[in-house]
Design a protein around this ligand. Structure first.
Ligand code: GLA
Length: 786
């Protein structure tokens, strides 16, 4: 009897623990593709995803931001996995602390949010090298994002690591992951189905076998790499003509669910360019239209946050480094606060919440101001040189096994008794030249600067070239972006007979400055006298609470800031960003340490903290125009090689010349617009085709002339027609008179057989061209005084 009672009791206990156990276990479910819809546990489901990036938010704030997304009316979170932050050294993986993607997904699950995972390997995202690790470049001839065996092996190992972290969080296994992306917008990089298939197989091998895999691209190029067994989703921005974006996809797959996997809420900022904003009304209208049409979406970005440390990337063609702030003009701003855009969107999304009220908007994190203070100690760069490494020829930063930071190339010069010319091929990204310690000038890669005039120098004069690397290019073929000096340094002198003599400089002592906190802290700091030298600066400031602030660097030159060991990001006097976001959770009540590496040196040694950022104070903007005031193009005597007209509407159009034409300069003459009433002309993208009918590389392109450019907004200059971004475009100023002229310098003489033109992607293709003429020349076109 006793025994039976005990057995019974034990049985009850076991049963109750198993009840307890099952009720604590998240329930498993399914996420599948249905007929024109997604199915969550068998029921129709519209994905309303908020794109946020875990490394752009301090871990302490993850939960707050997830709750902000939930209260906005979203049901999912979409994340990239940033390979290079997890594998900073080859083979050493870090998924802890701010890199703990598993904890991030679980936090989302705690708040009932599903997760879409985008594990690259390439992610773009205005992130250093688009997420690829720099050390791949130690194999100089590596083919990135192609079937290079070494590249593929490293991708595979990384994807397997991601799988170890996340595969068991797929919805079928009790987690909240509902979709996984394969590669990222591969169509704007190339055409290589075999490569995309191989990445897909690795993602599967990593264990992502239970939820739909998808690939995202633009409507104009998704067919290039579309795999039969993946879901195809489209990326486009605020204002786009949505029906048109899905037209081709619907033709090819009438039964597929539709999803805009990146609907751009705003846009990112670049150093030296105007701050970007996008209209809230257009964004809300686009999202509402999609909801009404049962189209799923991910709002990129819902909260952009900050590219802390050295993680911001750079855009190309050309070199246009991204700011540290990734505010993005998103509904939730950089500091996690709800903006007016947030409330406008929330009001709309509240109507699509199945009749249930949305959760309350979480209280914002506290902010504070910090009274003006000064740095108290300095370690000038030139008084704190590390041990040099000798090399006869020039080597890149990667060849010295350094990923990020600065380096100094030093050699001695032969004496000259007149000026000479110094040519650096190429300095990546910002070089300052000194002779015998005296500053001579700089070469800014953004501006294509490669040559400096040197004064006459004594025999044995010391030439110093201090090169600072910014973020590696994250877009297009130029992601293979070596840092330091990439090829050679030459000096051109004029010989007695008047001939120019160019010699390559050799015999370099190279000093390396990695940008880590330890390297910065471990310097011989001295009390600041009256110095404005390039150097490391040290100081403290006091706060009485742990609240966010925006550190004002308006009077500082260019460099990086560390607060209590955390690297806040880059600053640069040119703007538009003038403050750096300091999360309160990184501050201490009382004294806080601050270190600044300023490679130029400050104008004034002072700092303070504001309760709002300064993101739109631009100094020395990149020329916003391709026309000297008072000048005009003369086409006198020129004959068009083509006179034609485009059809109305969105989408790409191609026009053949009917023969091969040779030349370096192409002038587009816009004779009329599609709509007579259009107050301006616009071109989103433009290509020229070569003798084989292939698109010419646009890397070397520049604009010789544009008769008119809309300066009231950023991203309306002539060079936007070859920036590989369909959502940015050349636009003439409102009301400027036809005909319009835009002249492209192709960089060298080319064989041309056709052109391709893309009108704006917005409904009705505003500013679309009707009649036009093309002129081609070997020489620049003639520009005369008005
Ligand atoms: C593309 C990329 C994103 C991001 C956006 C622009 O859509 O896929 O990673 O770079 O452009 O912000």
């Amino acid at each position: 009897m006793k025994k039976t009672l005990l057995t019974l009791l034990a049985g009850i206990m076991l049963a109750s623990t198993s009840v307890l156990y099952t009720s604590c276990q998240p329930k498993s479910g399914t996420f599948e593709i249905g007929d024109q819809k997604f199915l969550l546990n068998g029921d129709s489901f519209t994905v309303k995803a908020a794109e946020v990036h875990y490394p752009r938010i301090p871990r302490e704030y993850w939960e707050h931001r997830i709750e902000m997304c939930k209260a906005l009316g979203m049901n999912s979170i979409c994340i990239y996995i940033f390979w290079n932050i997890h594998e900073q050294q080859e083979g050493v993986y870090d998924f802890t602390g701010n890199n703990d993607i598993r904890a991030f997904c679980k936090l989302a699950q705690k708040h009932g949010m599903y997760v879409i995972v985008r594990p690259g390997p390439y992610v773009c995202a205005e992130w250093e090298m688009g997420g690829l690790p720099w050390w791949l470049l130690k194999k100089k001839d590596i083919r990135l994002r192609e079937q290079d065996p070494y590249f593929m092996e490293r991708v595979r190992l990384f994807e397997l690591e991601v799988g170890k972290q996340l595969a068991d969080l797929q919805i079928t296994r009790g987690g909240n992951i509902i979709m996984v992306q394969v590669e990222n917008e591969y169509g704007s990089y190339g055409e290589d189905k075999a490569y995309v298939s191989a990445v897909r197989d690795m993602v599967r091998e990593a264990g992502f076998t239970d939820v739909p895999l998808f690939q995202c691209d633009w409507s104009s190029n998704f067919e290039l790499n579309a795999l039969d067994d993946l879901v195809w989703t489209m990326n486009f921005g605020t204002g786009a003509n949505i029906d048109n974006q899905f037209r081709r996809l619907k033709e090819l797959r009438p039964n597929t669910p539709l999803m805009c996997s990146e609907f751009w809420s705003g846009w990112f900022d670049n150093w030296g360019r105007q701050h970007e904003t996008r209209d809230a009304k257009d964004m809300v209208a686009g999202l509402q239209e999609m909801l009404d049409k049962n189209i799923s979406f991910s709002l990129y970005m819902t909260h952009g946050g900050t590219s802390f440390g050295h993680w911001s990337g750079a855009n190309s063609p050309g070199f246009s480094p991204d700011c540290s702030s990734y505010d993005y003009d998103a509904p939730i701003n950089e500091a996690g606060q709800a903006t007016p855009k947030y409330h406008e969107l929330r009001n709309m999304l509240a109507q699509y919440n199945g009749g249930k009220p949305l959760p309350e908007v979480p209280v914002a994190m506290p902010v504070q101001t910090v009274a003006e203070f000064q740095m108290t100690e300095v370690a000038p760069i030139f008084d704190n040189l590390p041990e040099p490494i000798h090399s006869e020829g020039i080597k890149t930063m990667e060849e010295y096994d350094q990923g990020w930071g600065s380096m100094l190339y030093r050699t001695t010069l032969k004496g000259t008794d007149s000026q000479s010319r110094l040519t650096i091929t190429d300095a990546h990204d910002y070089a300052q030249v000194f002779v015998d310690g005296k500053y001579i000038g700089k070469m800014d890669r953004r501006l294509g600067e490669k040559v400096l005039t040197l004064p006459s120098v004594r025999e044995g004069a010391v030439l110093d070239i201090l090169v600072e690397a910014m973020g590696r290019i994250n877009f297009g073929r130029a992601i293979k972006d070596f840092k330091g000096i990439t090829e050679k340094v030459e000096m051109t002198t004029i010989a007695a007979n008047g001939e120019a003599v160019t010699t390559e400089l050799k015999g370099w002592d190279v000093y390396l400055f990695p940008n880590t906190y330890e390297f910065t802290a471990n310097k011989n700091y001295q009390a600041i006298a009256d110095t404005k030298a390039p150097g490391y600066y040290k100081g403290t400031f006091t706060v009485d609470k742990q609240a966010d602030t925006f550190l004002d660097l308006t009077t500082w030159g260019k460099g990086l800031v560390y607060v209590n060991g955390h690297c806040l990001g880059r600053f640069w006097e040119i703007g538009p960003q003038q403050t750096l976001y300091v999360p309160g959770c990184w501050l201490r009540k009382g004294e806080n340490e601050i270190l600044i590496l300023d490679i130029k040196g400050p104008q004034d040694n002072k700092l303070c903290g504001h309760d709002k950022p300064i993101l739109d104070a631009l100094r020395n903007p990149v020329p916003a125009s391709h026309r000297e005031p008072g000048t005009v193009l003369s086409l006198k005597g020129e004959k068009p090689v083509l006179t034609a007209r485009f059809r109305a509407g969105n989408g790409w159009q191609e026009q053949k010349f009917g023969k091969t034409i040779e030349g370096q300069y192409v002038c587009i003459e816009v004779v009329s617009n599609q709509k007579a009433g259009d107050a301006y002309t616009a071109i989103a993208e433009w290509y020229m085709l070569d003798a084989e009918g292939n698109r010419l590389s646009r890397e070397p392109w520049t604009i010789q002339y544009a008769d008119s450019e809309d300066k009231s907004r950023s991203n309306r200059t002539g060079d936007r027609i070859y920036d590989l971004q369909e959502s940015t475009y050349w636009a003439t100023a409102q009301g400027a008179e036809l005909p319009h002229h835009l002249i492209i310098n192709l960089g060298s003489k080319q064989q041309l057989t056709a052109l391709q033109y893309l009108s704006r992607m917005e409904e009705g293709a505003p500013g679309a061209i009707k009649e036009y003429r093309i002129y081609v020349k070997d020489e620049p076109f003639t520009i005369v005084k008005e």
